[in-house]
Design a protein around this ligand. Structure first.
Ligand SMILES: NC(=O)c1ccc[n+]([C@@H]2O[C@H](COP(=O)([O-])OP(=O)(O)OC[C@H]3O[C@@H](n4cnc5c(N)ncnc54)[C@H](OP(=O)(O)O)[C@@H]3O)[C@@H](O)[C@H]2O)c1
Length: 263
C-alpha cells in the first residue's frame, strides 16, 4: 500500500469534477503539498481554501504550449512524488460538424500533448529517486470508439494505451503507473463538450465516488481502475465481444447526441 504522508502531489484539472474529488481525497491522507493546476483561479482558490494540506496553485492553460513550457520550468526544481494527469475536455457531435479546428486542436493539446509533456518532465526525478506514482485519467470511451464523441474517444484511447505501455516499461523501476478509466460521471464535462447530459444513457457516478475508488486503486497499484460495477461489466463486454458488436452498441449509445445535433 502506498503511503501518501509527506508526498508532493500534482493534480491537473484540480478546480472541478473528478480532479477536485481527488484533491479532497488526498487532503485527508497526510500529503506534504498539493499542487493544484487549472485555469480558473477563483475555483482553484476555493478548492485550496477547503484543504488542510499545504497547497500551491498554478493557474495554467495546459492547452497553451507557452504556458505549459513555463509551468515545466517552474516545476523543474520541485520533487514531485505523485502526478495525476486528470485535466481533459470533450467535444461532442458529429465529427464532420466540428468546423472549429481550434477547439479540436486545443482538446488534443490538453488531452494528449500536455499529458505526455508533464509526464516526461517529472519522470526523470522519479526514476532517480526510484519512487513515484503516475495516475492517468483516461476513459471507458477510450476503448469503444464513441460515435458522437469520436475525436474525444481517440484522445482517451491515446491516454489508455500510453498508461498501459508506460506501466510495463517502468516495471521494476519503483515508479508505479495506474490508469483510471471512468464511465459517465456527473461533472461539467458534458456541458463543456456541448452534450446534453440527458442524452447519455445508462447510469452515472458522482465525481467524489470516482475519486474515492481511484485512490483505493492507486494505493493497491492497480493497472486499470474502472470505477463502478456497471462500468466494469461494460469494460469486460468490450474485451469479450466482437468489435462489430462493440461498434453497434457504441453507435446506439451515441445516437441521441447525433440526433439532437441534426434535429
Ligand atoms: N465526466 C465524465 O463522464 C468522464 C468520463 C470519463 C473520463 N473523464 C475524464 O475525467 C477528467 C476530468 O474531467 P471531469 O469529468 O472532472 O470534467 P470537469 O468537471 O469539466 O473538469 C475538468 C477539469 O479540467 C480542467 N481543465 C479544462 N481545460 C483545461 C486547460 N486547458 N488547462 C488546464 N486545465 C483545464 C478544468 O479546470 P479549469 O476550468 O479551471 O481550467 C477542470 O478542473 C477528464 O480527463 C475527462 O476526460 C470524464
Amino acid at each position: 500500500m502506498v503511503d501518501w504522508a509527506g508526498k508532493t502531489i500534482l493534480i491537473t484539472g484540480a478546480s472541478d469534477g473528478i480532479g477536485r474529488g481527488l484533491v479532497e481525497q488526498f487532503d485527508s491522507r497526510g500529503a506534504r503539498q498539493l499542487i493544484l493546476i487549472g485555469r480558473d483561479r477563483t475555483r482553484l482558490d476555493q478548492v485550496a481554501a477547503a484543504c488542510q494540506t499545504e497547497t500551491r496553485i498554478e493557474e495554467v492553460d495546459l492547452a497553451d504550449s507557452d504556458q505549459l513550457a513555463h509551468l515545466m520550468q517552474r516545476l523543474a526544481v520541485v520533487e514531485i512524488d505523485v502526478l495525476i494527469n486528470n485535466a481533459g475536455v470533450g467535444l461532442g457531435g458529429a465529427f464532420a460538424s466540428h468546423e472549429q479546428d481550434d477547439r479540436l486542436q486545443s482538446m488534443i493539446k490538453l488531452n494528449c500533448d500536455a499529458v505526455i509533456l508533464l509526464t516526461r518532465a517529472v519522470l526523470p526525478g522519479m526514476l532517480e529517486r526510484r519512487r513515484g506514482s503516475l495516475l492517468f485519467v483516461g476513459s471507458l470511451a477510450g476503448w469503444a470508439g464513441g460515435p458522437g464523441l469520436c475525436a474525444y474517444s481517440a484522445t482517451k484511447g491515446f491516454v489508455n494505451r500510453f498508461a498501459e505501455g508506460l506501466r510495463w516499461e517502468l516495471h521494476g523501476t519503483g515508479v508505479a503507473v495506474s490508469l483510471l478509466a471512468p464511465g459517465a460521471t456527473r461533472t461539467s464535462f458534458f456541458e463543456t463538450a456541448g452534450i446534453d447530459a440527458t442524452d447519455i444513457r445508462g447510469g452515472s457516478m458522482s465525481s467524489s465516488e470516482v475519486a474515492r475508488l481511484a485512490i483505493l486503486g492507486l494505493q493497491k497499484n492497480r493497472a486499470i481502475i474502472v470505477p463502478g460495477f456497471q462500468n466494469r461489466i461494460l469494460w469486460m463486454m468490450q474485451n469479450l465481444l466482437p468489435r462489430s458488436w462493440v461498434g453497434w452498441v457504441s453507435r446506439k449509445i451515441g445516437q441521441p447526441i447525433l440526433d439532437r445535433e441534426s434535429a
